[in-house]
Structure formats: C-alpha cells, structure tokens
Design a protein around this ligand. Structure first.
Ligand SMILES: NC(=O)c1ccc[n+]([C@@H]2O[C@H](COP(=O)([O-])OP(=O)(O)OC[C@H]3O[C@@H](n4cnc5c(N)ncnc54)[C@H](OP(=O)(O)O)[C@@H]3O)[C@@H](O)[C@H]2O)c1
Length: 254
C-alpha cells in the first residue's frame, strides 16, 4: 500500500498509549490519516502525538477509559470536533490478566469483559453513529487474538472475550454493510508488549516460540500489511473477516 493512501481520513485508535496500538497510530498517521489516540495514560499519548507531529502528521491525544460508556461518547465527540467524522476505528484496547479458571472471581471476569468486549462494542456503536451521520461509511478493525480461535491455560476470560469479539465483528459487519461500514478483525499471534512480555520471556514462552511454524514471535511491523489493507480502499469489498497474523500459530496451538 502506498504511503498517503489514507490522506484526509480520520482514525480513532484505542489503547494507543503503548504496544500495538501505539504502533498502529504511527503507521496510520504515516499513511496520511489524522489520528485520535485514546487511552488512560495521557502522558504516553502526548509524547506519541508530539512524535507524530514532528513527522508531519496530525494527532490528538484523548483521555479514555473504555470501561466507561460516557467517556467513549465524549472521546468520539472530541474526535469529530478536532479532526472531523470518524472514517476508521481501531478497537485495540485490551487487558489479559492471567488466572486459572477456578480462581477467576467476578471482579476479574467483569473487568476483562468491560474492557475487551463491552468497551469495544460501545466504541463500535458510537463510531458507527459518527460514520452514518457523515454519510461516508468507514472501516472498523477489531484487534482480536489467536485466542479468539484457540485456548490456552490461565487465560479463560481473555479467550472468551476475544472469541466474542470475533462474533461481534461478523454480527456488526452484517448489520452495517448497508451503511457502507466494513467491520473486520485482525488476530495477532504473540507479540512482545506489556501485555505479554512476562509470559514470552518465561521458559513456557520460549517453548511456545519453537512451536510456531515460523519459529518466532511477531514484530509490530508484521501487522502493517493487514492493518493498511483493512483500513483502506483495497479492502472495499471485504467485511466480516478475521485475518490471523501469527506465523501460522493458530494452525497448531494446542
Ligand atoms: N501482544 C500480543 O501478543 C497480543 C496478541 C493478540 C492480541 N493482542 C491484543 O492487542 C491489543 C493491544 O495489546 P498490546 O499487546 O499492545 O498490549 P499493551 O501494550 O498492554 O496495550 C494495551 C492497551 O490497552 C489500553 N487499555 C487497557 N485498559 C484500558 C481501558 N480501560 N481503557 C482504555 N484503554 C485501555 C492500554 O492503555 P492505558 O493503560 O493507558 O489505558 C494500552 O494502550 C489488545 O487488545 C490485546 O489483547 C495482543
């Protein structure tokens, strides 16, 4: 995809304060999108906005807790006011606490669902309203996981939330196609970020790396092709799909 192919579009990226979301925001900005970067850690977002600005892009940092529906509505309004109607939503905020199933209490279950599933749902609804209001359609990209498709010990609520996100992707794609809104998902395998670092560096993590057909964890740049394809017009007849980006991991994960 050529640089600049998203020129004039407004993208809202949740969870842009670190890891993959930070990377997605920089890539979209480099390709011409105006980016609203949202999360709770404002200092990280301000630093990222500064970097994007220095590279000639436009970024607006927005304080957002996706577990708070009122904050989601406010974030969408601020995006519209500062950058215009939303054309691209990257539903990326996520948490992955590790706990064996019998020890998962209600509080942990609710927290994972509120952030990973309900937060993504309300975010998608509000972004869709912005897209429909502007009459332009748009592209919603949900950041799912290899655990949308497979399970692993110690991550039950996370896997349930990410499997739900996959069904949400299809359900919304079906209902919103008539508004020219496409809804797709990317399922990353394992990438070293704050969410996964401790596990990937453990012995079990190193063993897992050897079980991946490509025999390595992902680098953020490995996601750029799927991100730009789904965000831009090359995928204008693609909706309701999940693209695994995992070195073949989902074929073999036990
Ligand atoms: N790394 C992997 O191997 C991997 C694999 C598959 C899928 N994923 C998915 O990729 C996405 C990004 O994760 P990551 O790997 O980049 O980990 P990360 O660096 O921990 O990023 C998670 C992001 O989510 C945000 N977030 C968490 N709770 C939030 C809340 N209540 N409200 C708003 N934002 C919130 C965090 O920002 P604040 O703390 O500043 O709010 C942070 O920016 C997640 O959905 C994750 O499930 C990651």
């Amino acid at each position: 995809m050529t640089e600049g192919s998203l020129t004039g579009r407004t993208a809202l990226i949740t969870g842009a304060s670190s890891g993959l979301g930070r990377h997605f925001a920089a890539v979209l900005a480099r390709n011409g999108a105006k980016v609203a970067i949202a999360a709770r850690r404002m200092e990280n977002l301000e630093a990222l906005a500064g970097e994007i600005g220095k590279n000639g892009g436009q970024a607006v940092p927005i304080s957002l807790d996706v577990a708070d529906p009122a904050a989601i509505r406010a974030a969408v309004e601020k995006t519209e006011q500062d950058l215009g109607p939303i054309g691209i939503l990257i539903n990326n905020s996520g948490i992955a606490p590790s706990e064996s199933a019998l020890d998962v209490d209600e509080e942990l279950w609710d927290r994972v669902m509120d952030v990973n599933l309900k937060g993504a749902w309300i975010m998608a609804q509000e972004a869709a309203r912005s897209m429909i209001g502007a009459g332009q359609g748009g592209s919603i990209i949900n950041i799912a996981s290899v655990l949308s498709l497979r399970v692993q010990k110690g991550t039950a609520p996370y896997a349930v939330s990410k499997a739900g996100l996959l069904q949400m992707t299809k359900a919304l794609a079906l209902e919103w196609a008539r508004f020219n809104i496409r809804v797709n998902a990317i399922a990353p395998g394992y990438f070293e970020t704050d969410i996964s670092r401790a596990f990937l560096q453990s012995e079990a993590g190193q063993r897992m790396a050897k079980a991946i057909p490509q025999r390595r964890f992902g680098e953020p740049e490995d996601l750029d092709g799927a991100l730009l394809f789904l965000a831009g017009d090359s995928s204008k007849y693609v909706t309701g799909v999940l693209i695994p980006v995992d070195g073949g991991h989902n074929m073999v994960l036990a």
